[in-house]
Design a protein around this ligand. Structure first.
Ligand code: CMC
Length: 437
């Protein structure tokens, strides 16, 4: 809840125009906000903050990040505790409904999600329209958008029951869609969901099983995948979540709003970083591996090279990303289970991390490994192809997107999002005749 503060911010101008008092609000934790909603009406001026460096776009009760401490809380619970004591579907319940499920709620929620894992059979024909070599994120953006054409009974966003069923459907169907996108690109038959398996186990089977052989879920890999899902489930107002909120603020179909989130996540500065990180490790490996790390780091530090250390740095974390610590632990477990401790890319990643954590360039800029630095190595070890990494991220983040979308729509104060601009183009002018142009 936003609590008004006794303190007011006073905005004054050096040209003698009247100053203005702006109200301040306190959150539960984190910085106060200055309420500028009446600024334009009272001063005729906008604020300017491209990239939202200092702007809170909403109030929210879902996720809190303290970037300086390296802390991430879902509904108040630290990510370290959730990753160890809960599974992904418990986390989904937490994000959607505000608290962890008790035993009855757990059975009910797991059952509801499980009952929605199949997708309409027509989706297969829709999928067939894609080239076999299409990027999985291109396919996923299309498939999620297409869901809006299949579920006409859950699209009244003003009806809380419709919002709830759309959320359950999205969480349930994302693994099926991601696995279908993968099977399509490798030319294997789709595997239907098997509902007596866990959420992660079912996904593994849909990905890696074929109709010709029995498939046994490896519990270490199952747990690792579940952890990847938990760690990526929400991350407050990042680019894709803000995209979903902005898109959904027009009152659009919820599946279409989530498709917008998938599209935004694809970019290499956001969810695409895990794919970019693994490609970077592969490139250094081709250059000569660990011996070439110094040379590569010099390129990263040279501003003119355009080379970045992918998997490092974060807009909010100015400390070690807490998700990266957990993913590092999972990385060791998975590589141990699969006998890949000597994997050259893993060794290379460890070397890069060591150097970067000691190098002045990274220390001065507070650049630490983010979750993507390790998640790619884990996924690759599990057998997930590199271009599918961001689709796995999208699968996991879907619950965060829909929880944030539903929170926004349920807020009586919500309005369509409509940023302003500082116009710096040509002033009004007349169209000259063609001969004079
Ligand atoms: N490698 C080298 N230099 C970097 C890096 C990096 N990965 N990240 C930031 N910097 C430098 C940047 O050049 C700037 O230097 P200077 O002050 O000398 O101009 C300084 O650090 C501050 O960076 P910034 O670009 O102002 O920071 P930002 O908040 O706009 O960008 C970021 C954040 C995540 C886009 C950026 O750190 C980056 O591109 N990292 C690599 C991509 C990546 O791993 N993204 C995944 C983010 S975590 C998953 C998710 O939430 O989606």
């Amino acid at each position: 809840m936003m609590t008004p503060s006794d303190v007011k911010a006073t905005l004054s101008f050096s040209d003698g125009s009247a100053s203005m008092d702006l109200p301040l609000y306190k959150g539960t934790i984190g910085p106060d906000v200055i309420d500028i909603r009446k600024l334009y009406a009272q001063t005729g001026k906008f604020t300017y903050d491209p990239g939202f460096l200092s702007t809170a776009s909403c109030n929210s009760t879902i996720t809190y990040i303290d970037g300086d401490k390296g802390e991430l809380l879902y509904r108040g619970y630290p990510i370290e505790q959730l990753a160890v004591n809960c599974d992904f579907l418990d986390t989904c319940h937490l994000l959607l409904y505000g608290d962890l499920p008790n035993a009855d709620q757990r059975t009910d929620f797991h059952g509801r999600v499980t009952n929605h894992t199949m997708v309409n059979e027509q989706m297969q024909f829709f999928l067939r329209g894609f080239r076999r070599d299409a990027h999985p994120m291109a396919i996923l953006t299309g498939l999620v958008g297409a869901l809006s054409a299949f579920y006409h009974d859950s699209t009244d966003i003003n009806n809380p029951e419709h919002r709830d069923i759309a959320a359950i459907r999205l969480i349930a169907k994302m693994p099926t869609l991601v696995a279908m996108a993968y099977k399509y690109t490798v030319g294997q038959p789709y595997m239907y969901p098997q509902n007596d398996l866990s959420y992660a186990g079912n996904f593994m089977r849909m990905m890696f099983a074929t109709p010709c052989e029995d498939y046994k879920v490896n519990p270490v890999i199952e747990r690792a995948l579940d952890r990847i899902f938990i760690l990526h489930a929400d991350h407050e107002q990042n680019a894709s979540t803000s995209t979903v909120r902005l898109c959904g603020s027009s009152g659009t179909n919820p599946f279409a709003a989530i498709a917008a989130g998938v599209a935004c996540l694809w970019g290499p500065s956001h969810g695409g970083a895990n794919e970019a990180c693994l490609n970077m490790l592969g490139d250094i490996q081709k250059m000569g591996g660990v011996a070439k790390v110094g040379e590569f780091m010099n390129q990263v530090k040279d501003k003119n090279s355009g080379v970045k250390l992918m998997g490092f740095g974060h807009r909010v974390y100015k400390n070690y990303d807490p998700r990266a610590k957990l993913m590092r632990e999972t990385c060791h477990e998975v590589l141990g289970e699969l006998g890949l401790q000597n994997d050259p890319l893993f060794k290379l990643a460890m070397e890069l991390e060591k150097i970067a954590l000691e190098d002045d360039y990274f220390v001065a800029r507070k650049l630490y490994p983010n979750v993507d630095f390790y998640s790619g190595i884990v996924q690759r070890a599990i057998g997930i192809p590199v271009p599918l990494f961001t689709a796995i991220f999208a699968l996991a983040r879907t619950v965060g997107w829909i929880a944030q979308l539903n929170e926004m729509i349920g807020d009586p104060e919500y309005k369509i999002g409509r940023p302003r601009q500082l116009f710096v183009g040509a002033g009004r002018r007349d169209v000259p005749p063609l001969s004079a142009r």
